[in-house]
Design a protein around this ligand. Structure first.
Ligand code: ADP
Ligand code: MG
Length: 417
């Protein structure tokens, strides 16, 4: 099987003869609070690629989107605070790694394109970094405008895509620019494709899939594919509620996707008629509302009127942990309860700690809310263990796993060149 990665050039293929800056598409769509970056996780993810390019002596131009400014300048969505935060991060990381090196300078252009940007790009020296303003301030980004892509490309001698999470969008910085420049995949993008690819192509077995979260409707294609592939399916969250409803249990006022009950029944049937073993909750944590400050453990799964199932019960947690110990590959998407309230984060917390301690098992966690919940649990672990991968790809990861072609990856295979 030729894998997608065989068709993509990576940073190892970067020629030493590139004459000019490298334009890097990153995903710096970070949360801001009081005009500052509230979480630097995405910035940290981009450091390996930045370090490689710095070592190669290439001036770097970084570009990203932030939020949804709809093609207009929205001052609250400027990337300026990101430039400050990145500068600080590079200073901390580089001074601890190589104390004698000067940290690279991070410059910021308050425009996306224009005379001034071109001039600054030309003047960049090796070891310097320029971050462009939010790409989506320009309507050409989302419209994949040819002229916009061409102008971005004219700033540089090479292009790197390190924004896997943007690869499901046919936007100018993702699919347009690589038509005009030699194009390479960044380290984080390669890690995502490798980790997710292994899960859907050749998982070490037994392969367990843990599904929770809220939206079966949005995730149906990937759920169906995973159910086909998995040896074991463990469910929690809103998905479990909807499956329990399909089995005829009463769920009180729990989150149940009524329009998906039939589909949930089909997934149960699909498991019964294949080798996939489905395990449903046996007990639950219930309360009057997600914001409740009190909870009750419910034996069984008949939720009384007016109460909501908000987390898995202790017996179920125990059962899922035992099952996971026998797995060799685990893919997990969707929090197992209403984890925003620590009272209902018990199952999500317990499974995170269990999976992080299973050193022989390859674990891939995907989904925006799931990854935040898991990071919250592991925040006291400075390093994640080897083989425990947090996918930052969000919607792109799920599309990739459902077997869809991602335009941003196709653009790197040379089909667009
Ligand atoms: P991801 O972003 O990781 O793909 P989803 O967006 O599908 O995950 O689901 C996350 C949401 O599901 C969270 O807001 C969480 O509170 C909610 N959720 C999980 N379990 C329950 C539950 N039992 N009742 C209500 N909401 C739940
Ligand atoms: Mg979500």
């Amino acid at each position: 099987m030729t894998t997608l990665l065989d068709q993509i050039s990576t940073l190892n293929d970067l020629p030493s003869t590139l004459d000019g800056p490298v334009l890097v598409r990153v995903d710096y769509n970070v949360p801001l609070k009081d005009g500052k970056v509230a979480d630097t996780f995405r910035l940290e993810m981009s450091l390996p690629t930045i370090h490689t390019l710095l070592r190669r002596g290439a001036p770097i131009i970084l570009m990203s989107h932030l939020g949804r400014p709809k093609g207009k300048v929205v001052p609250g969505l400027s990337l300026r605070p990101v430039a400050e935060s990145l500068s600080q991060l590079l200073e901390e990381r580089l001074s601890s790694a190589t104390p004698s090196c000067d940290p690279p300078q991070v410059h910021f252009t308050p425009q996306v394109l224009g005379e001034e940007v071109s001039a600054r790009a030309r003047e960049l020296s090796p070891g310097e970094i320029l971050l462009l303003e939010n790409l989506r301030f320009h309507p050409g980004e989302r419209a994949n405008d040819e002229e916009f892509a061409r102008q971005l490309a004219s700033l540089a001698a090479g292009y790197v895509n390190d924004a896997f999470s943007a690869c499901h969008r046919a936007h100018a910085s993702v699919v347009g620019v690589p038509q005009y420049l030699p194009a390479f995949a960044g380290h984080q993008l390669v890690r995502e494709v490798e980790a997710l690819g292994r899960v859907v192509e050749e998982p070490a077995r037994p392969f367990a899939v843990v599904l929770g979260g809220a939206k079966i409707a949005d995730k149906l294609p990937v759920i169906q594919r995973l159910v086909e592939l998995a040896d074991l399916l463990l469910v929690g969250g809103g998905i479990a509620n909807t499956m329990l409803a399909a089995r005829g249990h009463s769920l009180g006022s729990s989150l149940v996707e009524e329009e998906m009950v039939e589909e949930a029944g089909k997934i149960i049937q699909q498991c019964l008629s294949s080798h996939t073993r489905l395990v449903l909750p046996q007990d639950l944590v219930i309360a009057g509302s997600p914001q409740s400050t009190e909870m009750e453990i419910l034996e069984g799964v008949e939720v009384p009127e007016g109460m909501m199932a908000l987390d898995l019960g202790p017996q179920t947690i125990n059962l899922y942990q035992r099952h996971l110990r026998s797995a060799r590959t685990v893919f997990w998407n969707g929090p197992l309860g209403y984890a925003e309230n620590p009272l209902f984060a018990g199952a999500t917390r317990a499974l995170t700690l269990e999976l992080h301690a299973l050193h022989e098992t390859e674990v891939v966690v995907g989904g925006g809310d799931t990854v935040s919940a898991v990071r919250e649990v592991l925040k006291s672990h400075p390093e994640l263990r080897k083989g425990f991968f947090l996918s930052t790809g969000g919607g792109a990861s799920l599309e990739f796993m459902a077997g869809r072609e991602l335009p941003g990856l196709s653009a790197l295979t040379g089909e667009g060149n």
